[in-house]
Design a binder for this molecule. Structure first.
Ligand code: SF4
Ligand code: SF4
Length: 247
């Protein structure tokens, strides 16, 4: 027993200090992109053409973070990727950006903060995701991210859930299961679109086998971009949206 206590003391606190302290992700992480509006139009055109997601509007010089998979193919003179992982948004239109996003805390709804600010139960549905979004959601339960310290947990039954956390492009085969899960949840209920697939179809954009836009099926309250969203992006979005502030 003493050996265990000594080992734990030597290990120290393993949980991320966020939100009490800011954290910096590894250098190769690609967060919020910054667009250089003064870039040569020919370079912008080439970036738009190269983008596998058709996420770049060369005329407006914007990137759609709902479609972007953060592959880095446009990085250079036109786009610089920052380490900012705070990407959660409440409106789909706000994800089309030149490099800034609205303050999520200011956009969170008062009734959700009142109802779920101290306790939030999530039901996760993988609607044909590739498992990367699901894996990076799963790690939120580890001691490092420790989602439970904020009163947020995942539950097995939709009847116990306050919010539906959807990943994947919603294949036609998963559509009915997703709608049945949503119908089984008590009111009021929140819908979260996590990952490029759930927001826009992601790499499956344009396929006839998918719905590709969760908002066309259910009313989305919170968008969490990424492919997959970094766990810190999800943690920040959930805590900020449901508590109205980080922490
Ligand atoms: S990082 Fe995003 S916008 Fe840039 S090329 Fe890749 S998918 Fe397109
Ligand atoms: S958004 Fe990317 S990581 Fe998530 S399910 Fe789709 S392809 Fe996989």
């Amino acid at each position: 027993m003493l050996k265990i206590i000594k080992t734990r003391l030597n290990q120290g606190m393993r949980t991320t200090p966020w939100p009490k302290k800011p954290v910096t992700l590894i250098d190769r992480y690609r967060g919020l992109p910054q667009v250089n509006g003064a870039c040569d139009p020919e370079i912008i055109r080439q970036c738009a053409e190269r983008c596998p997601q058709r996420a770049i509007d060369a005329a407006k010089k914007t990137i759609d973070l709902g479609r972007c998979v953060f592959c880095g193919g446009c990085a250079g003179d036109f786009v610089r990727f920052t380490g900012n992982f705070e990407l959660g948004c409440t409106r789909r239109d706000d994800l089309v950006t030149t490099g800034s996003l609205p303050n999520l805390a200011a956009r969170s709804r008062a009734e959700f903060k009142k109802l779920f600010g101290r306790s939030l139960q999530l039901r996760q549905v993988s609607a044909a995701g590739c498992n990367a979004c699901e894996a990076d959601t799963n790690v939120l339960g580890t001691p490092f991210f420790d989602l439970s310290r904020f009163g947020i947990d995942f539950v097995a039954s939709p009847r116990h859930a306050d919010a539906l956390h959807v990943t994947g492009p919603v294949s036609r085969n998963m559509k009915n299961a997703l709608l049945a899960t949503y119908a089984a949840m008590p009111e009021p209920k929140v819908v979260i679109a996590a990952g490029s697939c759930a927001i826009s179809g992601g790499p499956f954009y344009g396929s006839e086998e998918i719905i590709g836009d969760l908002n066309s099926l259910l009313p989305v309250d919170l968008y969490i971009p990424g492919c997959p969203p970094h766990p810190m992006t999800t943690l920040h979005a959930l805590v900020t949206f449901f508590k109205g502030r980080a922490g």
